[in-house]
Design a protein around this ligand. Structure first.
Ligand code: MEV
Length: 303
């Protein structure tokens, strides 16, 4: 068996605005996606995705398409390989599962083919795979999936790593509502098209929050970071990417003492992140567990 992995991610500030060139503050998660590749025992190559099984040749399945892109690039399209994809982050929930897969798949196929995979090629392949699921990816998720770091990301400049003054722990809670990043991103685009300037200004304001957040993180000013997160949640709501389930978890977290709480990722469902006063993470997490099946406490920036 040949295995490869890639990291998931959490966006602390700046999702959606990042698609329009603004910075986002984000870090990798040590959890993510693992891909195993082995010689097929079935004659027909299979793809195992959690408990589901597909034929790799399935033309309509996005994940199968992703597998084929990686295989073709590695020059092993014709060989009979079974592929197993496992996630240890919730899927379709804003934690970068598809980007982690888009990085882990080429890594696994190139390793299987005994070929080296340089960063530029991996970025290109991962972008191609991400586009199967998401019309206009900023590249943020894929870069964090590759590097596992914490920093300020822009579409043009890539990732500028940030050294946080102290390790920062965040609480993640899943609304359990799956949504499509592609739909969320195109809804924002449509609103920007319809309303123009006010939406552009909201996007710019979000970018400003990300820059201020990077500074707060460097200084270790968590109260400020929390306030920025709460403000960002308000602006994301103005972009119409929040939801009743998200708002509910955000308010549960704040009521339990979180100094900041917001959706993370594309919104419309998926996960929220909350920042607790250091040492109080478990208090906020246990309040969230009453309303969410998946609650994790994690360090910002993997591993
Ligand atoms: C999704 O994790 C983040 C978005 O900003 C989309 C993107 O950056 O490609 C919503």
């Amino acid at each position: 068996v040949t295995s490869a992995k890639a990291f998931g991610k959490i966006i602390v500030l700046g999702e959606h605005a990042v698609v329009y060139g603004e910075p986002a503050l984000a870090g990798a998660l040590s959890a993510g996606c693992v891909v195993d590749v082995e010689k097929s025992e079935h004659g027909v190559p299979h793809l195992m995705l959690d408990t589901q099984v597909f034929k790799v040749s399935d033309a309509d399945n996005g994940v199968c398409k992703a597998v084929r892109i990686a295989q073709e690039a590695a020059g092993i399209a014709a060989s009979a390989l079974d592929v197993t994809i496992r996630f240890d982050v919730p899927v379709g929930a804003g934690l970068g599962s598809s980007a982690a897969m888009s990085v882990a798949l080429p890594r696994a196929m190139f390793a299987r083919a005994d070929k080296t995979l340089d960063d530029a090629t991996l970025r290109e392949l991962s972008n191609q795979i991400e586009k199967v699921f998401h019309g206009n990816p900023s590249g943020l998720d894929a870069l964090l999936a590759m590097t596992g770091s914490l920093g300020l990301f822009t579409k043009k400049g890539g990732l500028t790593p940030i050294a946080a003054k102290q390790p920062v722990r965040v609480i993640i809670a899943d609304t359990g509502v799956q949504r499509s990043t592609q739909t969320q991103v195109s809804n924002v685009a449509a609103r920007r098209e319809r309303l123009g300037r006010p939406v552009e200004q909201t996007i710019e304001a979000i970018g400003q929050l990300s820059r201020m957040g990077a500074e707060a993180l460097q200084k270790g000013d968590l109260a400020k970071l929390g306030e920025l997160m709460n403000t960002n949640q308000g602006l994301l709501s103005a972009l119409s990417v929040s939801s009743a389930e998200i708002e509910h978890l955000v308010h549960v977290a704040r009521k339990a003492g979180a100094i900041g709480a917001k959706l993370t990722g594309a919104g419309g469902g998926g996960c929220i992140i909350a920042l607790a006063p250091p040492g109080d993470e478990e208090i906020v997490a246990s309040a969230l567990r009453k309303h969410s099946k998946t609650v994790l406490i994690t360090n910002l920036g993997a591993p």
